[in-house]
Design a protein around this ligand. Sequence first.
Ligand SMILES: Nc1ncnc2c1ncn2[C@@H]1O[C@H](COP(=O)(O)OP(=O)(O)OP(=O)(O)O)[C@@H](O)[C@H]1O
Length: 748
Amino acid sequence: MIIASQDKKCKRCYCCVRHCPVNAISFKGEQANLIEEECVSCGFCVKACSQSNKVLKDFVIDVETSLNNKNTKTVALMAPSFVASFKQDPFKLVGALKKLGFSQVYEVAQGAEIVAQEYKRLYQKPLDKPILTSPCPVVINIVKKHYPKLIDNLAHIVSPMIAMADLVKQSWDEQVEVVFIGPCVAKKSEITHESVDGKVDYALLFSELEGLLKKKKINIEDCQKAPLDYLSEEYLGQLFPISGGLLKAANIDTDLLNNDVSVVEGKEEVLETLNGIENNELKPALIDILYCKGCINGPDFYDDKSTNQYKKNKVVNFAKEKKQKAPKSPDYYVEIDLSREFRVLKKKKRFPSEKEIVRILEYSEKFEKQDELNCGACGYETCRDKAVAVYHGVAEVEMCLPYLLKLTENRVTHYQKKAQNLLQLYNEIDQNIVGCSQSILAAKNFVFKASKSDSTVLLLGESGTGKGLFAETIHRFGERKDKPFVKINCSAIPHELLESELFGYEEGAFTGAKKGGKIGKFEQANKGTIFLDEIGDMSPVMQAKILQVIQDKKVMRIGGDKSIKLDVKIIAATNKDLKQEINKGGFREDLFYRLNVLTFTIPALRQRHKDDINLLIDSLKDKISKEHKLPCKSISAKAKEMLCNYSWPGNVRELENLLERLLNLVEEDTILPEHLPESIWENQSQGTNITDPNKPLDEILERVEKEVLINALKRSNNNRTKAAKLLNISRSNFYEKLKKYNLTTEKS
Ligand SMILES: Nc1ncnc2c1ncn2[C@@H]1O[C@H](COP(=O)(O)OP(=O)(O)OP(=O)(O)O)[C@@H](O)[C@H]1O
């Protein structure tokens, strides 16, 4: 294989397919791969690939080994286009090649001269069909692999490269290795063609020669000029790399009025001509056919920025220059065989039926004729050609720019809609859960994600922080919103009744069981959500049963014998520290890990920012006045400040209850500090801005001490003995401090 694809470098621009004359590139897993049986080795896909995804077979190491082998003569055959490709003096390049180790440097132009005479002989015979000249290996490959019917239209004449290699090998008795150096990738394949295999040992590109010289630190400019070697007289053979060069060398008339001879060059013209011959549209003639617009435009042409005219001039001038310098024909003449055979390499492929093509077209949304845009972006000339390639498994349906654009537009619309829905959902959650501090924003984010997921949710937090509200919100904005939300408070139901509440029972399951039995909460919640509130208070026996249900996703009624399949989202909540409970043996560790999937600890109200408390005050006040049809009073700034400074052991619930009481009892339009209960007055934390530079140290220390005491009381559920223990101070010391800070109204 002359050209191979590298892994995972393709970016799907389809540039290679567009440059390939025979669509010899397949796409699988979004990666381009060369199809060996189809590839004609023109090499233009290599040049076109911006990702260097294609690599060429190279003989550089073999050539180096040959040059280093003392028992072998390594001979260079220079493509005649070299004078236009290298900017340096051609004879300095010959000097560089000699320095590199080549014993002889011949020009393929000498072989061209010999081959041209063979063409002249062919032309002098009457032609019974169009004859294609055969120095261009790409054209030969195209005919062998893609126009098998035209195999006999190829002139059975070797290329100048092969003729010259034969001449070299036959002229030397010693072991000779022949290296062709040129701009043509396909020469790498020609050296292995049937009937000429082994005549040329290696084929290098101009760029590979350049690399080799660089590696050996040989600068062409610094080299001494050296003469070319000759085995045959040559002058017009030099014109071979220019279009029509072969005919000129063969002295065949290319007059416009001469229909018996034509020059065809370039991808489009070549394919058009081959189709024309195949369709019997062309009459017998000698067709000088080259895939490139002359070899001076070959894929590895070093100086490819120069104009065609400039390159042509360089070649012509060199031919003229040589005419004066080149020696006449050597004394000896070696007879070489210029004939060659060609073998068809085409494998027959099944062509899809019209029905199959239509079906493939429909996959990329081409239902009507006008949907077939034939834009060529995929690299195939028509949408149908591409459909055939899809049928043969070498193209992907998605290789269609208009289809991909439409698909992308649809996706963008889909995601825009989705984003809009999510934003709306987030806004609704945002309105439901009041607060704007970082901690509450994180909580809203959690609720948003948990509502999108079906995983088990565990809500932790002190009593009244909003666990119930969060659970309901998660359900209300999730996929299950239209299914039941069943709440059960595990601490409110006696242990012995909890099992029947949760799992239900069959008629006669126990004394006192209702007629017809009873459906349990799990069953009620099927397809919806069950909220197991205060799960930390559940008895160990019930914990084991719940664990079983969660694991099996099945429930069996008490007294029943059939298990009922469950599809229930579970949200559990507790104000207990479950890790501590596990250590104490009050909570099962395995159940904890089952529940501890999407876990969130809701911050206590006193831990929240004052802005959150202010927002809650306003929102709850509105809610209460609406619900209870009470006038919505305002709250004075001082009263609000006091509410914000209070430590709220009962959290949002306590705040809600207080506001309800105030809205009911305060007669004035504005709630003032004096309307607030004693507990608010007594429990006024001044805030702990301990870095306030305007406050004296003792005041700051007192504030901090007061905060610490309040916190200890909260943590110990207002149990003073426990709180004193937490702070590692004596009970009497603790009492004194409570008195000092007016905190004595707290219950013990
Ligand atoms: N961020 C909030 N925004 C609006 N209302 C809230 C917020 N947090 C809590 N509430 C309200 O506070 C009250 C108490 O909340 P909830 O019953 O959800 O607390 P809880 O943590 O479940 O309490 P418990 O542990 O005692 O069951 C509810 O009326 C709830 O709507």
